[in-house]
Design a protein around this ligand. Structure first.
Ligand code: DCT
Ligand code: MG
Length: 543
């Protein structure tokens, strides 16, 4: 199927280019100005096909997206832009001349073409009319962190522990599967894939993740996000990853309406199936697979059970296998831990997102209570709240004090929890984990008033000396954290929630042989500085 489809696409592309003045040629000659390669073709394959050792200077080599964008924007966009690069293209020098006035050309991989007269007046009506040029960041705008983010988004999850460092062992003792953080960690990724950045690029430039209401692809994005959530909840890491990349590309491409298979398939990370889904959404305003998934009772039940606090995927599958179909079934018939029982009872409370203002109120109650215990202990609301989210999944609070160690803070935490239970703000404890490097407390809190929902609240004590690294880690998001760790690792360092270290010796399987030497732990900004990337404020850490 695929090759046929390719030929049809290529034919359409050639015809379209000819409409705009390009001339197709079947042999390579010095009249060629552009070589347009099929999406999957690599630079060295072009050389092989043309029997050349290098592409002569002045000839632009692009992917199929370039002619599409020229037509869409009614002008010859710069073929050197990395959106149009062919994987493996060695350096910019191959395409030094922008060829602004040159004619369109050339498919490869089948039959080639040659331009004759320049289409100097490409007048097409864009659909919808772009208000500005597409956001196509140039290589120079990308910093090392952007590249690490791309890599984290596009590489295969192989070894979770590689970049999670010691924090990966910090989940609760009492319920190993229970932590939502642990569940999210299950989809973490690794570093080492041999990667050609040009074939994976994402427009990951310090964006906030918010969808521009004028984005012409907003409906497509909305449906793809729903589908991605389903795959994510089913722990289908591959599909989640490709949906995530496609959504991210569509979000950053604010002016390009992606409506055809050809446009869709030329997006980074979009393969044949996803491209077809995008076309299906555009042409039918719905996605059949999503509708089936919404109907598929097994998926739904697994998702329902996996959403219970304290129930991991393995346990959820066991419940499904045992024939349970409702929360009531489980409550009546299954053997449950106390946190799981509370998780069922408060299921709908814990599922609701918490409005930002309410998160703040919970945070204020905690900080007021803290002052009566030790004025010098500070509390900070972290996680999505610190990233500026308008609503949050839970309330993540760090407790810290200048000069204080874990022991001292642990005592403060005990007193705080007692006090907050007394004033009926805390409703239950769900898990506690005490480690040498800190203590975590999971529970639920509630504001005063009739029918107020219980909210998931987490406390974490952090020694004053480690506050910078902890701020970095507990701000997230998870992909951003992974990319910072990846970057540190690439620079021969190690980053975790306790600090940034150098001289870490690793064994054959990348296992740590020593702790390394601490470089920085107190100052979040300095960690960025040492890693050689510009400081990125919390609201720009959404990937
Ligand atoms: N974290 C991480 N890796 C994970 C999970 C979490 O680095 N796999 C870090 C980053 C955010 C912080 O912990 C708090 O985690 P959550 O509360 O799970 O996420 P959040 O970003 O606060 O999002 P939510 O609004 O859903 O709570
Ligand atoms: Mg959170």
């Amino acid at each position: 199927m695929k090759p046929c489809l390719k030929r049809a696409e290529r034919k359409m592309r050639i015809e379209k280019a000819q409409e705009y003045g390009a001339t197709v040629v079947f042999t390579f000659s010095n009249t060629v100005t552009h070589i347009i390669a099929d999406k999957d073709i690599k630079y060295n394959e072009i050389l092989e096909f043309l029997q050349l050792t290098e592409i002569p200077e002045g000839i632009a080599v692009t992917n199929p997206r370039w002619p599409g964008d020229c037509i869409r924007y009614g002008k010859l966009v710069d073929p050197k832009d990395f959106w149009y690069q062919v994987p493996g293209c060695p350096t910019e020098s191959q395409q030094r001349n922008p060829l602004q006035d040159a004619p369109i050309s050339e498919p490869i991989g089948g039959h080639s073409s040659l331009p004759s007269s320049p289409p100097s007046s490409l007048q097409v009506q864009p659909r919808p009319p772009p208000k500005q040029q597409p956001e196509t960041p140039t290589n120079s705008q990308k910093d090392a962190l952007d590249e690490a983010i791309e890599e984290c988004l596009t590489t295969t999850p192989i070894n979770i522990e590689d970049f999670l460092g010691s924090s990966s062992s910090s989940d609760t003792e009492s319920s190993p599967e229970s932590s939502p953080k642990r569940r999210k960690k299950a989809s973490s990724s690794s570093s080492n894939s041999a990667r050609d950045w040009q074939s994976h690029f994402q427009c990951m430039h310090k964006h906030t993740g918010a969808l521009n209401p004028e984005n012409p692809n907003s409906r497509t994005i909305q449906i793809l996000e729903e589908m991605m959530q389903i795959y994510d909840s089913l722990k289908d890491q591959w599909r989640t990853r490709s949906y995530r990349i496609a959504i991210s590309t569509l979000k950053s491409s604010n002016t390009t309406y992606i409506s055809t298979y050809e446009q869709a398939i030329s997006l980074p990370g979009v393969g044949d199936r996803l491209a077809k889904k995008i076309v299906e959404i555009v042409s039918t305003d719905r996605l059949q697979r999503l509708e089936y998934a919404k109907l598929d009772p097994k998926d739904q039940i697994l998702k329902l059970f996996h959403g219970i606090y304290g129930v991991g995927l393995v346990q959820a599958r066991k419940f499904v296998a045992a024939g349970y179909t409702t929360l009531e079934d489980i409550k009546k018939n299954a053997t449950l831990t106390e946190p799981q029982r509370i998780g069922i009872e408060r299921y709908s409370d814990f599922k609701q997102r918490i409005p930002r203002e309410e998160v703040k109120q919970h945070g204020d109650i905690v900080s007021t209570a803290l002052k009566t215990i030790d004025e010098k202990v500070q509390s900070h609301v972290m996680g999505s709240y610190r990233r500026g989210a308008k609503d949050c999944g839970d309330i993540d609070i760090i407790l810290t004090k200048e000069g204080a160690g874990v022991e001292e803070l642990h005592e403060v935490l005990e007193k705080l929890v007692e006090k907050l239970f007394d004033r009926k703000f805390l409703m239950c404890g769900l898990a506690i984990a005490r480690h040498d490097d800190g203590t975590k407390w999971h529970g639920a809190s509630r504001l005063e008033g009739e029918g107020k929902p219980w909210r998931r609240i987490d406390f974490l004590v952090v020694p004053g000396e480690e506050i910078g690294a902890a701020f970095l880690y507990f701000t997230g998001n998870d992909v951003f954290n992974r990319s910072m760790r990846l970057l540190a690792s690439k620079k021969g360092m190690r980053l975790n929630q306790k600090g940034l270290y150098k001289d870490v010796v690793r064994g054959k399987n990348r296992e740590k042989l020593n702790e390394g030497t601490l470089l920085e732990s107190k100052d979040e900004k300095k960690i960025f500085e040492i890693l050689g990337v510009p400081y990125r404020p919390p609201e720009h850490r959404i990937c």
